[in-house]
Structures are given as C-alpha cells and as structure tokens.
Design a protein around this ligand. Sequence first.
Ligand SMILES: [Zn+2]
Length: 285
Amino acid sequence: MTERPSEPDPPEPEIDEPDAGIPLEPVEIEPPPPPVVRTAPAAACRTCGYNVEGLLIDGRCPECGFPIQRTLAADVLANSSPEYLAALHTGAVAVLTSIILMIVIGVTAFIVTIAITMPTGDVPPHWLTIVSAMLQLPISLLLVWGWWRLSTPDPAYTGRDDGSTARRVVRVMLVIAGAAAVCRAAVSLFPQTNVFVLTGAGIGVVAFIAFAVRYFAEMLYLQWLTPRIPDQTAYKQARLLIWLGPVLFVVLALCFYIGPLIALILYCLLIDTVRRDLKAIRAAM
Ligand SMILES: [Zn+2]
C-alpha cells in the first residue's frame, strides 16, 4: 500500500480579534450574478389577446396556453394562431368555390334562357327567374361568408397598421351584399310587374356600388395581409389589380365581356395564391 500524499493543511480561518483595536476594512464580496429572468414586454397573446407583459418568455399564456415566444416573434402569419389561419384559409376556399359555382350557374342559366326563348321569341318565363335567383342566393351567401372569414381580425396583431380600415370596409360591404342577395331573391318571387322590376333593378344598383367599394377595400386589405405571409408576388398582384381590375372591367366591358373575364381570372389567381400560401403555412405548423 502506498501512502497517500499528505494534503496541505487548510489555512487557519482568520479570526477577528475583538481587541485588535484597528477596525478592519469591510470585505466586499461579489454576489453571484442573478439567474437571467427574461420577461415579456407588453404584447397581446396571438390567440386570446391577453397582455403577456412581465411573464416569463419561455412560458405560456395563462389564459389559453399559447407559447409567449410565438406571440413575441416577428409578425408573420406562421406565428399566428391556428384558428386565425384556419379562418383565412377556409375563407379563401369558399370565395373561390362560390365564384366557380356562380360561373357555372350563370352559363347554365344563359344557355337555358336561349334554348327556351329562341324558338318562340318570348321573354324568359318567370319560373326561370325564380330558379336562377334561388340558385344564386346560397352561392352569394357563400361568397359573403368566405370573405367574412378571410377578413377575420387577428386577435394578436399588435402592429401599428392593423389593416383595420380596409378590413372593416370589406365587412360593411359584405353585409350590404348579403342583404341585397336576399332581397333580390325575395323580389324574384313576386310577379314581374313594373314595381318589382324597378325594385330589383334598384337592389342591383346598390349591390353593384357595394361590390365596387368592396373590391378596392379587398385589394387594400390583401396589400396588408400578403406581407405577413410573406408573399411578395401576391402583394404585387394586389397592388396591380387595384387599378387594372377596374380598367379591364370598365374599358374592355364593351368587347364581349372579355375585360371583366380577364379581371375575374386575375382576381381568382390572386385569391388562389393566398389560399395556397395559407395551406402551406398551416401544413408546416
Ligand atoms: Zn392567450
């Protein structure tokens, strides 16, 4: 057995001698650095809007359990709540579906009208007006519902420009569009006397003005939404369509409706781009 090397004796602790006479300098002991506690600045939870100020950054919202780190992250849609993204995505799908159905109904009604009126030269029968209006009503309401979802406010958005003006204008115009669709369907049920024909035309004018105002508001809203995807291409499309759409609609309407058709296709492509972006973001979550 080898002897363990003797360890040096620990130094004797210095004992203050109370009778030393000379006061000792107080020894400054560095306190150990406190553990870094990172707390959140004032911010609304992305899911429920709860103010997470002062809470631990690594923690979760006490109201809904959403991670606070994601609330504080850069304001891209990937950091938004799944519910909000689901609302936008289903809204875009509903808008596109309703437009496709509207085209199908419109073309079918046109062909049926020609087929019925061509041999006799009569005006279209009243039942055709009723059937057409009753088929258009749910599709119009689907479009209203779709854009209502697509213009859902983000409960977590804390940026300075929250896109609320354009978004609210879209929603007010949607209410008018929905009411106009119901009124138009109701008016179609009555015998087509002058009073009801004029009422229907008046509703049509109101609906068109609401549609025109909503179109500009939609494009402004998409210019706010698309940077959050972020999708620079869709943003540029929205900036282009805000003036190109009306130009195509009005100027080229004289050329066998080709202008409005091109405008409609470009509009659908833009909504479809946003839809695919939202689908991809949701799939990556
Ligand atoms: Zn919350």
